[in-house]
Design a protein around this ligand. Structure first.
Ligand SMILES: O=C[C@H](O)COP(=O)(O)O
Length: 309
């Protein structure tokens, strides 16, 4: 790395030099390591703890055109009280126009309100619209903003445009935390995933997030591994810790536990907390609750234990 980190965002040339100076990702190595860590088994006693930790890291998400106030309120109730003895989830994630509904339902509960913004999921809008989308969501009560990067600009090598957009959206966030969605399924290479991770962190991301959930492949284990390496290396270089949020396609307790093993083995236990690792998912919570009940009682729960959605 020849460019100083303080200068990196000063021009397109320095940014490009820095990002292209990052070591390349060994694709075969990353795939194999993720597959190997994904087969690790954990003891039954550790499994109960892992399930509760995973529940506490869920960003319970609904991002459908057909979302209603009623659906969001019901989700919020479930987020606060997922099941007997189960911890609350980390956040409820909704479109900007539903932030006020979620904020009203979750007030005082400790569950955060997250909102996608910046013309999610495509990001195809002017910077002015993206900044105002963000500001309105924050004004309505969002604690966290999940923005998308401009993949068109990134893939055509206009890193400065992507960087400056993130800086502008971060400023519009005020006290709200910013999660930057890379949409890794559109980035083509693992080298690009590493570059986009560093770009987002250099521009001020509090979290880097894999996917919108609208593009396949979404949160694969190798991609999450590369992002966890990036946050680990970024902290080593700068002293600043950034969180990671895989999102999209994480549906089972097995998937969640594989992710936790990956966190522990790659970034380390400093990231094993909802402050630094989230699982963005619409239906994962149901499976975590079912497996939790199975572990405690030896049988799956009846329909009155928790709501299935
Ligand atoms: O951020 C979360 C995703 O939009 C949810 O995706 P999912 O429905 O595949 O769990």
């Amino acid at each position: 790395m020849t460019t100083s980190l303080a200068d990196v965002g000063s021009s397109g040339a320095t940014l490009r030099a820095f990002l292209h100076g990052l070591p390349g990702v060994d694709r075969v190595g990353a795939d194999q390591r993720a597959a190997m860590l994904g087969t690790r088994s954990i003891k039954t006693s550790a499994k109960a703890m892992a399930i509760d930790l995973a529940i506490s890291m869920v960003d319970l998400t609904t991002l459908e055109g057909a979302d209603t106030h009623g659906k969001v309120r019901a989700m919020c109730t479930k987020a606060m009280h997922p099941g007997e003895g189960a911890p609350r989830v980390a956040a409820v994630c909704v479109y900007p126009d539903l932030v006020a509904v979620a904020a009203g339902s979750l007030r005082g509960s400790g569950v955060k309100v997250a909102s996608v913004a910046t013309a999610f999921p495509s990001g195809r809008s002017s910077l002015e619209v993206k900044v105002s989308d963000t500001a309105l969501a924050v004004e309505a009560g969002a604690d966290e903003i999940d923005m998308v990067i401009d993949r068109g600009a990134f893939l055509s090598g206009d890193y400065l445009k992507v960087y400056e957009e993130i800086v502008a959206v971060k400023a519009a966030c005020g006290a709200a935390h910013l999660k930057v969605i890379l949409e890794t399924g559109e980035l083509s290479t693992y080298d690009n995933v590493r570059r986009a991770s560093w770009l987002a962190m250099l521009a001020g991301a509090d979290f880097i997030k894999t996917s919108t959930g609208k593009v396949a492949p979404a949160a694969t284990l190798p991609v999450t591994l590369i992002m966890l390496e990036a946050v680990r290396d970024f902290r080593e270089e700068t002293g600043r810790q950034v969180g990671v949020k895989p999102a999209g396609g994480i549906r089972t307790t097995k998937d969640a536990i594989k992710n936790l093993v990956l966190v522990n083995e790659t970034a380390g236990e400093d990231w094993l907390s909802p402050d630094w690792f989230r699982l963005g998912a619409s239906s994962l919570l149901n499976d975590l609750l079912m497996q939790r009940q199975k572990l405690a009682t030896g049988r799956y729960a009846g329909p009155d234990y928790f709501t299935l959605d």
